[in-house]
Unconditional design. Structure first.
Length: 98
């Protein structure tokens, strides 16, 4: 995925927290449901604001103790790739000077 692309959770998708098991995401536009684990839920919550993949990795590294950066980067990439086709997340156009 493009390193400068910003991703955001689809605001129409509902999220039901399932406690230590993670959460269920429901997209009413496609009737798609997906289950996310607790780490996926952390990523999902972070996507309330547009973020790049690198920003998501940094967020998880700050939030979770003792996780290897390479593994986190791989997992974030896989998570984004799994949610994009179902319309759970989208890309956000960004015009700024970070």
């Amino acid at each position: 995925m493009n390193e400068s692309t910003r991703y955001r959770a689809n605001p129409d998708v509902s999220c039901r927290d399932e406690g230590p098991d993670g959460a269920l995401l429901f997209n009413p536009d496609t009737d798609a449901i997906t289950v996310v684990n607790p780490t996926g839920l952390l990523i999902w919550q972070a996507l309330a604001q547009p973020r790049t993949q690198a920003e998501l990795v940094a967020h998880l590294l700050e939030t979770c103790d003792g996780v290897p950066q390479d593994e986190v980067a791989t997992d974030v990439d896989a998570f984004l790739r799994s949610l994009a086709p179902g319309g759970f997340i989208g890309e956000v156009a960004y015009r700024g000077t970070d």
